[in-house]
Design a protein around this ligand. Structure first.
Ligand code: EPU
Length: 427
C-alpha cells in the first residue's frame, strides 16, 4: 500500500492550480444520467472517486469518453451520453468504494421509474444514514423497500411534485431530491435545502440541461418538473476545500503561495477566521496570494465550529485544526456535522500536538513545533491534515494508507513539491 514520506520544515513558495471540485463533479456526473443528449464537462478533477463514478455511470448505460490526463496537467474534459441501454442497479462493489454512488438514485428513479442501490455502509467519519434521501423520494411518490442490503425504489408511473422539508441540512440528500424533481410531474419545493456552492453548481448544470430550478442557494428551492432534459456543456467550479487545504499548508510552513483559479467568495467564513489568526489574503489577476501577515510571528489561536454552508465547512476542520496545533494560544474546534470526525487527533498527538477531546469539541493548545512520526491516514480530510502536519514538522513523517488522498486531491504531492515541499510516494 502506498505511503508518503514528508520531510518537514520547508516554507512553501510558488503557485498551485486549484482543481475542479470533487463534490460538485460527482453529483453533476450522476445528473448526466437524466440527459437525452451529450453532456460535456470541463475541469473534472482526475481522482479515484471520479473514476469510481465513471465506472458506475458506464454500468448504468452511459457512454463516457475520458481522455487520459496528460502528465503534469490538472483536470480534463469528459463527455457523457446515453448509450440506449439502461441498467438501474448500482452494485455493492461500486457503492462500497464510494458513498457518493447514492447520487444515482434520484436520476435513475425519476427517469426509469426504478432504481436499486446497495445501502452504503458506515464510514470512518460516522454512520451517515440515507433516510432523508429515501423519505424525500417517498414524498415524491416513490415506494422504497430494503431487500438483502439493497434499497429498491420504484415509481412505475413516475414521480410527482411535493413539498419536502428536511429536518436538518443534507448536501447529497438535497442533490438527490433536486435531480429527482426535475422530471417529476408538477412542482417540488425543498425546504431547508443545502446552500453549498456544489449544490448551486449542480442546479446551474441542471438548468443548462433544461430544468426549471429557482431559489438555489436559499432556504427554499423550487423545481418545476419538465418532460425531458437535453445535453449541455458545463465547467465545474473550483474546489474550495482543496483551496482551504493549501491555505493551511501556506500558513503552517510560513510560506507564500499563489492559488490559481481559487475563489475565496466560497470560503468567506474560513477567510475571516484565518485573517483573525494572522493570515494575509491578496487578490491577484489569476487567483489569490496567501501567506502570514507577519512572517516573523506565529499565528494566533482561533475558535471554530463546523456548520452547513455558509458556515465553517466540516471538510476543512482537520486541516485548520492542524494549523492551530502550532498557533500561539488555545483554540477550540467544535464539530457539529459528523459524530466521529476527530480521527486525525490521535495521529497529531503522535507528532507532538497538544489536543484534548471533550465530546464534540477539541481543545488545541499550540506548541512551538510538531515532530515527524509514522502516522495513519483514516479518511480523506484527515489524510490531508497529516500531510499539512508533516510539511511543518521537524524531520520525517511517514503517512500510511494514503489511498484516501487519491480519492479527493488531484496530484497533491506534485502540486506541493512544485512549491518546494519534499514529499515522496513510497510503495
Ligand atoms: N444525514 C442523515 N440522514 C441522511 C443524510 C444525512 O442523518 O439521509 C446526516 C449525516 O450522517 C451527517 C449530516 O446529516 O451527520 C450531514 O450529512 P450530509 O448528507 O450533508 O453529507 P453528505 O451529503 O453525505 C457531503 C460531502 C461530504 C461533506 C458533507 C458535509 C459529497 C460527495 N460529500 O456529504 O464530503 O463532508 O456533505 O458538508 O458531497 C469529503 O469530501 O471529504 C466529504 C466527506
Amino acid at each position: 500500500m502506498d505511503r508518503l514520506r514528508v520531510i518537514g520544515g520547508i516554507p512553501l513558495q510558488g503557485e498551485i492550480t486549484i482543481s475542479g471540485a470533487k463534490n460538485a463533479a460527482l453529483p453533476i456526473m450522476a445528473a448526466s444520467l437524466l440527459s437525452e443528449g451529450e453532456v460535456i464537462l470541463s475541469r473534472v478533477p482526475y481522482l479515484a472517486d471520479i473514476t469510481t463514478m465513471a465506472h458506475l455511470l458506464m454500468h448504468c448505460g452511459l457512454d463516457l469518453s475520458m481522455p487520459s490526463a496528460t502528465p503534469g496537467s490538472f483536470g480534463y474534459s469528459l463527455s457523457l451520453k446515453p448509450s440506449g441501454k439502461a441498467i438501474t442497479d448500482a452494485p455493492y462493489d461500486l457503492v462500497r468504494k464510494m458513498r457518493a454512488s447514492i447520487l444515482v438514485l434520484g436520476p435513475l428513479v425519476t427517469k426509469y421509474g426504478r432504481a436499486t442501490v446497495s445501502m452504503p455502509g458506515g464510514c470512518a467519519i460516522g454512520t451517515r444514514p440515507i433516510d432523508l434521501h429515501l423519505k424525500g423520494l417517498e414524498r415524491l411518490g416513490a415506494t422504497v423497500t430494503l431487500e438483502g442490503g439493497d434499497v429498491q425504489v420504484t415509481a412505475p408511473k413516475g414521480l410527482h411534485g411535493a413539498d419536502v422539508t428536511f429536518p436538518f441540512i443534507t448536501v447529497t440528500g438535497t442533490a438527490n431530491l433536486m435531480m429527482a424533481a426535475t422530471l417529476a410531474k408538477g412542482t417540488t419545493r425543498i425546504i431547508n435545502a443545502a446552500k453549498e456552492p456544489e449544490v448551486v453548481d449542480l442546479a446551474k448544470f441542471l438548468n443548462a440541461m433544461g430544468a426549471k430550478i429557482s431559489g438555489v442557494g436559499t432556504e427554499t428551492m423550487t423545481i418545476e418538473g419538465v418532460s425531458m432534459l437535453g445535453g449541455c456543456t458545463h465547467a465545474i467550479i473550483p474546489d474550495r476545500i482543496e483551496t482551504g487545504t493549501y491555505i493551511a499548508a501556506a500558513g503552517i510552513t510560513n510560506g507564500d503561495l499563489e492559488l490559481i483559479g481559487a475563489d475565496l467568495d466560497m470560503l468567506s467564513v474560513v477567510k475571516g477566521e484565518l485573517i483573525d489568526a494572522g493570515m494575509l489574503f491578496e487578490a491577484t489577476s489569476r487567483g489569490v496570494r496567501v501567506c502570514r501577515a507577519d512572517k516573523n510571528k506565529p499565528l494566533r489561536s482561533i475558535n471554530i465550529k463546523t456548520e452547513p454552508y455558509p458556515g465553517f465547512p466540516t471538510d476543512l476542520q482537520a486541516q485548520i485544526m492542524t494549523l492551530m496545533t502550532v498557533a500561539q494560544g488555545t483554540s477550540t474546534v467544535t464539530e457539529t456535522i459528523f459524530e466521529n470526525r476527530f480521527m486525525h487527533v490521535a495521529e497529531l498527538l503522535r507528532m507532538g500536538a497538544n489536543v484534548q477531546i471533550h465530546g464534540s469539541s477539541a481543545v488545541v493548545t499550540g506548541v512551538e513545533r510538531l515532530k515527524g512520526a509514522p502516522v495513519m491516514a483514516t479518511d480523506l480530510r484527515a489524510s490531508a491534515s497529516l500531510v499539512i502536519a508533516g510539511l511543518a514538522a521537524e524531520g520525517e513523517t511517514i503517512i500510511n494508507r494514503i489511498y484516501h488522498l487519491d480519492r479527493g486531491y488531484e496530484m497533491m504531492e506534485t502540486k506541493l513539491n512544485n512549491c518546494g515541499a519534499s514529499i515522496e510516494r513510497i510503495v
